[in-house]
Design a protein around this ligand. Structure first.
Ligand code: GLN
Length: 496
């Protein structure tokens, strides 16, 4: 019998973790493969000329659409979490979400023009909104309360995310760019299909908990007036969006600003609902309040991390000496640096957390977050040095910056997911995970508003200011954890 890393629990499973972790690891790796594969060629497909196999959209519209699409996908996780907690349960949400995602990629696999693209976006927003929070909640459901392997389990799971993210641009990107975009999207659909098969075969290992909603919706018991209001508001919203689209009022700029506002307003609204709900117990309310500073720190972290695909992508192409190694490095390769570094270092962190826990020296959740945010800030501060010296800068500076922010990501993102499963009120389990995922939508929504300050001339001030601000917020979190006891307690599994 294999012993667990902790030596305390028998676990013939996946690196000393429950066997269900393998199912979730590979399902999510394939889902992320399909997602990041599609994203690797989506922009080029949108603005490439029609004769070259693209849609011939103006490139600024394409860029804005891709950015807003990314935020919408992560925002949808809040709605998907609600459907999971109240109607479907995590297992069915993951399955149905995966099928929707696959349909989305299939739409793009057919050479059917812009209509197919927009239909595909609807499928993928809805599908990812259902799947992403559910599958992450399922990871937490593998561990009983008090199991110190939880952070480590999420770190292993996150390696699966990165494996999919690393492979996707290489396979889907190469096929899509060199042969045919639709072939690339078709391979993304096959990836999601493989993920679905893995999940369908392995779902028996996930236990009973995910087969039912945590807090079933009893629509008939909802007071009639509230039922009528909900339907009326839903219909009015759909009608407003449809009218705006039909009359041409729905411009890309309006959509970008609307999603930026929603990305901030929705989490604020959700925290308020959770704190005021009669289904949240007093102990749970204290935990939600303590979760709030962690959430804000995460938003700050994603403001920097998500700029890897915008500001740093541009910095790579415009201000970096891509010929430094004797051949021209494709600027897009920098997008894989983070995933590669994560895969290399995450296993060490997974072991480290369990070892430290065994010696009762595991850093608190707030300390891990604080470290993650400080390191992310330093990844930006680092870029001030070469930017001051004139252009073009050596590519290793950028590699170093991506590597640093990834060290921060290992300490913050999987730990945040783990903390979310520990601290969420029971009735809101998957919705809180949706909220966690929406922290990166909020980060992207905010960064959509600040990336305009970056230019080749302002680069040193831009990196310096944002970097130091992140370091300051990270240190503030550490101080907050010293003075605010519930925040310090977020590392412990609650007993009540
Ligand atoms: N980048 C990670 C992923 O794709 C985490 C995203 C998030 O938590 N919002 O899974």
């Amino acid at each position: 019998m294999a012993r667990s890393l902790t030596g305390t629990k028998s676990a013939r499973g996946f690196f000393g973790h429950p066997p269900g972790l393998a199912t979730l690891f590979f399902t999510e790796a394939w889902e992320r493969f399909s997602y990041y594969g599609m994203k690797a060629i989506l922009l080029y497909f949108m603005y490439d000329r029609v004769g070259e196999g693209g849609l011939g959209l103006p490139s600024d519209t394409a860029r804005a659409l891709v950015a807003v699409y990314g935020a919408a996908i992560y925002l949808a996780a809040i709605g998907g979490g609600w459907v999971t907690d109240r109607v479907l349960g995590t297992v069915r949400s993951t399955l149905y979400g995966g099928v929707l995602i696959m349909c989305g990629h299939l739409c793009l696999a057919l050479p059917a023009g812009a209509g197919a693209l927009y239909l595909s976006m609807v499928f993928i927003v809805l599908g990812t909104g259902l799947l992403k929070p559910s599958i992450s909640t399922s990871v937490g459901q593998l561990y009983p309360d008090g199991d110190e392997r939880r952070d480590s389990g999420f770190t292993i799971y996150y390696t699966g995310i990165s494996a999919g993210a690393l492979l996707a641009p290489l396979v889907v990107g190469t096929l899509g760019e060199n042969y045919d975009y639709h072939l690339g999207f078709g391979v993304a659909a096959v990836g999601m299909a493989v993920g679905l098969v893995v999940f369908a075969r392995g779902r028996g290992r996930l236990g009973e908990r995910g087969t039912r909603p945590e807090n079933p919706l009893r629509w008939r018991e909802v007071p009639a007036a509230r039922r009528r209001w909900s339907v009326a508001i839903g219909v009015a919203l759909c009608a407003a969006v449809a009218a705006a689209a039909l009359t041409g009022t729905l411009t890309a700029d309006l959509v970008i600003d609307a999603i930026s506002v929603l990305a901030i307003a929705l989490p604020v609204g959700y925290f308020t609902v959770m704190l005021r709900s009669p289904r949240t117990t007093a102990a749970e309310r204290t935990r939600v309040l303590a979760y709030l500073p962690l959430f804000l720190a995460a938003v700050c972290f994603w403001i920097i991390q998500e700029q890897g695909a915008t500001v740093l992508a541009e910095h790579a192409q415009e201000s970096t000496d891509l010929g430094a190694f004797g051949f021209t490095i494709p600027a897009s390769w920098f997008q894989s640096v983070g995933s590669l570094v994560l895969i290399l270092i995450a296993p060490a962190f997974a072991v480290l957390w369990v070892r430290l826990a065994r010696r009762e020296r595991q850093p608190s959740t707030a300390a891990k977050f604080s470290f993650g945010l400080v390191v992310a800030g330093l990844s930006y501060a680092l870029l001030v040095i070469p930017s001051l010296g004139g252009e073009p800068t050596h590519p290793l500076w950028l590699v170093g910056s991506f590597a640093l922010v990834t060290v921060g990501e290992v300490c913050l993102s999987p730990i945040g997911m783990s903390a979310t499963t520990r601290l969420a009120p029971a009735a809101f389990a998957t919705q809180t995970m949706g909220l966690w995922i929406a922290s990166s939508a909020a980060g992207q929504g905010i960064s959509a508003q600040i990336v305009g300050w970056y230019s080749r001339e302002t680069a040193p001030q831009y990196f310096g200011t944002i970097g130091l601000a992140a370091v300051a917020v990270g240190l503030l979190l550490l101080v907050a954890a010293k003075v605010y006891r519930p925040l310090r307690d977020t590392s412990a599994t609650p007993s009540g």
